[in-house]
Design a binder for this molecule. Structure first.
Ligand code: HDE
Length: 696
């Protein structure tokens, strides 16, 4: 146990201390130079803080080899950043199987009573390593399970479908969404001409783009993010029977998101917001968890389920058509020791599977089976990156890989080939299905396109969203297309992609960006037979945990009585909700209560809800205006707002849904907690398009 100060609260943290197999292995690589006398790389004691020179005002000598090597090493401190998903953060934890799943797979991490160590890295696709983690982008969710039968990687995204169907197009997709080649911008967003030109040429990505532009696109943080395997994979049981599956990580804290205005402001004020949130939560002992869910499909060789093509990663199987079952639980409970050695150097690959997991002929997945190992070899500048501590399995590696850059191992004996008769590595006697699934295949060589209707699923997502979520999505299309410099691309995206999804959607977006509006009735007016709430997890009204959310207590009078403070904070603490006192200055207020934040050091965007403790402002009118802006911004972002006392919200003409004004601090804080549990936000406060006028 240790005491931690997180936000406004002291928290008793039970940080995971037990030595799991992976932590035991990692501990052998720990280096502790704290307090040691400096030596050179050859072990000689020396001091490298001043150069060897020809006098106090003289030249630096070539003979200063110690400092030359120091500089030479520094000049090579970076490994190339990932070509996609460069910006990331990660943590260790465990995966525990809920039971015995040997009827469908022989994967050992899905056996009864089995807990394996894991390392999970979260990322965003487009931004570079120094970018902001709250950008509107696809987020990555990659997990390495260090199981007793070897490493199993699960490399997914936070939305369930993908932009393209064939890996051959992946370099073009990434070129298009990254910075434009002549200009070098934008460096972290897709709102530009090359991206939308690509999306226009490849309508199959319509559903994923809509998901990313919807409120699902910007998760509040990684504790509230979902994971999706996107592809169909194959389980194989010990009898060799194949079962198809899609996998998901369901956040136990529920799915929470930010609105775009908030996310962009956070990007400016704290571009590490999500990284810090995960780090602090783990240090505070609030370990985020996800359930591993799978949809199971019988393998009849056709790769279709209820008409949906299981080989097409742009197509989603809604949970309403096939309910996923929970096979186990992931918990993240230990922060890395060293960012470069672990988070930056870890190499995930969908091809890293154990016996019992295999692949299907999805042409996107097939390319992923080579690209990740290739990129790892490039990034480590060596094929030996698999030997790095974070990448090593917890079971022995007995292969015949030899030599290469930075080979650190001293192999004994004269043999480095198999099979051999002189004592080298012996081939396994078990003929299992690991390297392949014995599928009977035939076909005609050719270049084939995956052809499925690209608009039906996007339309289903559109109709699943309520009018407020639809409005946010329309505004997102307007923002994106409003930044496309070529009006032909904008008009083409609206007519070729949005209009076939829904005519009214296309007209609303066109209206907003001043592009020609497709004629009424020229696009689709089809209404899907069914909508699928599972496609838009934010729409659910189920109560969500509030653990680790942050409440700002606004002391508008520059003072807050001890009794009010205690009444508020005791309820927040008992719900594991974090809090900060915000006032016109840091430090003790008149009552002795400490303000942790001022209007200068923080902003409403960093709080999930605010509670105003009102009174007459002690300071100048500037402070009062800042307070007003703080509250108005939180209101605009749809956050629950409580007020102990009366007058402040009324003076701003704010009120109605999601505001809780009462003389009792206890009533206010309980109402705010209830609002955070469900619905979390009040999008009803935002203005809506006049759809009748725009769409006719
Ligand atoms: Fe990746 N992807 N990808 N990807 N991807 C990489 O591998 C690639 C795809 C995903 O935290 C790279 O080690 C190709 C789908 C995540 O380290 C690279 C194709 C999905 C991460 C690569 C895809 C993903 C990556 C860059 C199409 C969701 C970050 C660095 C054929 C299911 C992993 C690296 C981490 C990273 C290639 C498509 C998820 C270049 C060729 C679909 C979460 O190898």
């Amino acid at each position: 146990m240790k005491l931690l100060y997180l936000g406004g609260c002291l928290i008793l943290a039970s940080v995971a201390q037990s030595q799991s197999p992976k932590q035991e292995q990692l501990s052998q690589y720990l280096v502790d130079t704290r307090g040691q006398t400096e030596t050179t790389d050859t072990g000689v004691i020396d001091n490298t803080t001043t150069s060897l020179r020809t006098g106090p005002r003289g030249y630096v000598l070539l003979e200063d080899t110690i400092n030359r090597k120091k500089m030479l090493h520094f000049d090579r401190e970076r490994a190339p950043e990932r070509v996609v998903h460069a910006l990331g953060h990660a943590a260790y934890g465990t995966f525990t199987s809920y039971g015995d799943w040997s009827n469908i797979t022989s994967a050992c991490w899905l056996k009864a009573n089995t807990t394996s160590d894991v390392f999970t890295r979260f990322s965003v696709v487009v931004a570079g390593t120094g970018g902001a983690d709250t950008g509107r982008d696809t987020h990555g969710f990659a997990t390495k399970i260090y199981s007793e039968c070897g490493n199993q990687d699960l490399v997914g995204n936070h939305v369930p479908s993908f932009f393209i169907t064939d890996g051959a197009l992946f370099p073009d997709l990434v070129h298009a969404v990254k910075a434009e080649p002549d200009k070098g911008f934008p460096t972290g967003g897709s709102a530009h001409t090359t991206a939308y030109d690509f999306f226009t040429q490849n309508p199959e990505g319509a559903e994923q783009l809509m998901a990313v532009l919807s409120d699902m696109g910007i998760p509040r943080d990684t504790r509230h993010i979902a994971g999706n395997g996107v592809h169909t994979y194959r389980f194989i049981n010990v009898a060799g029977k194949s079962t198809l599956f899609k996998w998901y990580w369901k956040p136990m804290l529920g799915y929470r998101a930010m609105v775009y205005d908030e996310a962009t402001k956070i990007a400016g004020k704290n571009n590490n917001f999500q990284r810090i949130d995960l780090w602090n939560s783990i240090e505070a002992g609030m370990f985020p968890e996800w359930e591993f869910m799978v949809q199971i499909f019988p393998d009849d060789g056709q790769y279709r389920y209820k008409g949906i093509d299981l080989l097409d990663p742009t197509q989603v199987v809604p949970f309403e058509l096939n309910a996923p079952i929970a096979l186990g639980k992931l918990q993240l409970n230990k922060n890395p020791t060293n960012y470069f050695a672990e988070t930056e150097s870890v190499s995930f690959a969908p091809s890293n599977v154990v016996d019992g997991v295999s692949f299907v002929p999805d042409p996107l997945l097939q390319w992923r089976l080579m690209s990740y190992d290739d990129t790892a070899t490039h990034r480590h500048n060596s094929p030996n990156g698999y030997l790095l501590p974070v990448n090593r399995p917890v079971v022995p590696i007995n292969n015949n890989y030899r030599d290469g850059y930075m080979q650190p191992q001293l192999f004994k004996g004269p043999s480095d080939s198999s099979p051999d008769g002189i004592g080298g590595v012996q081939p396994s006697s078990v003929q299992d299905n690991l390297a392949f699934y014995a599928e009977n295949v035939s076909g005609t060589v050719g270049r084939y396109e995956v052809m499925n209707d690209p608009f039906t699923q996007a339309r289903a997502l559109w109709f699943t969203m309520d009018q407020y979520a639809q409005q946010h999505t329309v505004d997102a299309y307007r923002f994106e297309l409003g930044h496309v410099s070529d009006p032909n691309v904008t008009a083409r995206y609206i007519s070729k992609i949005l209009n076939p999804i829904n005519n009214c959607l296309a007209r609303r977006v066109a209206y907003g960006v001043g592009s020609p509006m497709p004629a009424i009735g020229s696009g689709s007016s089809a209404v899907p037979n069914a909508t699928y709430p599972s496609l838009f997890p934010l729409g659910s009204n189920t109560s969500m945990p509030v653990t680790g959310l942050m409440v700002g207590i606004l002391s508008t009078s520059d003072s807050i009585s001890a009794s009010t403070y205690d009444a508020l904070t005791s309820v927040l603490k008992s719900n594991q909700v974090l809090f900060e006192v915000v006032a016109s200055h840091l430090g003790p207020l008149a009552s002795g209560i400490i303000a942790n934040q001022s209007y200068v050091t923080t902003s409403s965007i960093f709080y999930d809800a605010i509670i105003i403790v009102s009174g007459s402002p002690q300071n100048s009118s500037i402070v009062s205006m800042t307070e007003q802006g703080f509250v108005q911004e939180a209101f605009g972002h749809g956050k629950p707002i409580g007020e102990v006392g009366t007058g402040f919200l009324t003076s701003l003409s704010l009120g109605g849904i999601g505001t809780f004004v009462d003389g009792s601090a206890g009533n206010v804080v309980n109402a705010v907690i209830g609002a955070l549990e469900t619905p979390g936000r009040y999008p009803q406060r935002q203005p809506l398009d006049d759809v009748g006028t725009i769409c006719g």
